[in-house]
Design a protein around this ligand. Structure first.
Ligand code: URA
Length: 435
């Protein structure tokens, strides 16, 4: 089979067969198909799309290019009996620290959470970078350590080793430099190939929508959510997708150490209500999906209780300790400067891209995969869309140093209206899953 004929077939809108997709992905991993041919094929996919069957085949081929986290009796609860395996994935957004809270929270409710997370790139932060702001925290556990931790603690959060979906790693690096990242089937296969490697019973995906997210509009985000649910079903991983608002940051903290501090507040029953609410709703859906609750509504109160009583906080500390971290409740932050509202009004919009750029400029985010991160810098946004503000009221805190010009730019990241503005709903829609 010649790769060129497959590229032409896709370019002309044809549907590739299972063996044709396997041929391309095997060739990508072994180096027998040239990078430029894979890139040309990826562009044909961007322009022509893929059918659900093709997307599922691509997902499975990329997953099978690597290893999976094996499920053995130890991982599933040992003497405690079989426990369901569940994970949550987010497509990424500003201030999204849900994973830090959700993994230990679910572990308190009889679920095993083997979470493989990523690093931040560009405007959105990465869960691994946030956790690494805890001194000593290790994101690279050996398989035996992983099993032991799932058995004893019920959750871990680690990075993907080279053995997890290596085809995705190679394909993503080609897509990144050839303008082919933004394709719903390619994004779908990339996300699900890595999640299939976790040997899960169910997956919950939080598709972020808005100016601070990958998907800026509701129709685009809905298309991705549908594709994730349908491909998950075809590939053997039942998935529920939430569409949630990212026209403003989630919670107040944006950065690394500062987000761990906020996650800790939520874990101890405090913190911004919207962070707790979204975490509880995603976790409740997961419990309903694996059959540990009659409905997601029925699971909500128990999950809230675990935040109020400190049970989830205690589980977080056990996870951190098991992964070598030393955390006593508050990580140090860089010196702070406050920005105040210029006049009276109502918060109408927040420019997430501008906030994200400021975090990168402070040194808290990265332009390139290998750039170092300063964990102590970040932002705190003290207002949400719909809030009334008075002239001179503090509305942004900057931890770290910015040039005067950037400080001025940052001051205009929040737009005021004269008339009252309705607050935005947090959860816009849910697709798939048990109710
Ligand atoms: N996240 C992924 O893991 N893959 C993509 O292609 C895009 C976002």
């Amino acid at each position: 089979m010649l790769p060129a004929s497959l590229i032409v077939k896709k370019r002309d809108g044809g549907e590739l067969t299972r063996s044709e997709i396997r041929f391309l992905i095997d060739g990508l991993v072994t180096g027998q198909v040239a990078d430029y041919q894979i890139a040309a094929w990826a562009m044909a996919v961007v322009l022509r799309g893929m059918t659900p069957a093709e997307t599922a085949e691509l997902t499975l081929a990329m997953f099978e290019s690597g290893q999976r986290l094996e499920r053995d009796s130890g991982q599933d609860g040992g003497s405690r009996g079989r426990r369901p395996r569940l994970d949550k994935h987010s497509t990424g957004g500003l201030g999204d620290k849900v994973s830090l809270i959700l993994a230990p929270l679910l572990a308190c409710h009889g679920v095993v959470v083997p979470m493989i997370s990523g690093r931040g790139l560009g405007l959105t932060g990465g869960t691994l970078d946030k956790l690494e702001s805890i001194p000593g925290f290790r994101v690279d556990l050996e398989p035996a350590e992983q099993s032991r931790q799932l058995d004893r603690v019920g959750c871990f959060i680690i990075g993907a080793s080279d053995r997890i979906a290596p085809a995705d790693r190679r394909l993503y690096s080609l897509r990144d430099v050839t303008g082919t990242v933004e394709s719903v089937p390619l994004i779908t296969a990339s996300i699900l190939a890595k999640k299939l490697a976790e040997s899960l019973d169910r997956l919950v995906i939080d598709v972020k929508v808005g100016s601070g997210a990958f998907m800026k509009s509701l129709p685009d985000a809905t298309e991705l959510a549908r594709s994730l649910v349908e491909t998950g079903r075809l590939a053997g991983l039942e998935t529920t997708a939430f569409l949630t608002d990212m026209d403003q940051p989630l919670g107040r903290a944006i950065g690394n150490a500062i987000e761990v501090n906020e996650a800790w507040e939520v874990l101890t029953g405090k913190g911004p209500p919207e962070v707790a609410e979204l975490t509880v709703r995603l976790a409740a859906q997961g419990l309903a999906d694996v059959g540990l609750a009659d409905s997601s509504e029925a699971a909500v109160e128990g999950l809230r209780r675990s935040l109020r009583t400190g049970a989830a906080a205690e589980r977080f500390l056990r996870m951190v300790e098991a992964q070598g971290g030393r955390f006593t409740g508050k990580l140090p932050l860089a010196p702070m400067t406050e920005i105040v509202a210029p006049r009276l009004g109502h918060v109408a919009a927040v420019d997430c891209a501008r906030l994200g750029r400021a975090v990168v400029e402070l040194g808290g985010g990265r332009q390139h995969l290998k750039s170092p991160i300063d964990p102590a810098v970040g932002l705190e946004i003290l207002v949400r869309i719909g809030d009334p503000v008075a002239a001179g009221q503090p509305w942004l805190r900057v931890f770290g140093e910015l040039e005067e010009e950037s400080m001025r730019e940052l001051s205009s990241a929040v737009t005021l209206a004269d008339e009252p503005v309705a607050p935005r709903p947090l959860i816009l829609d849910t697709l798939g899953g048990n109710r």
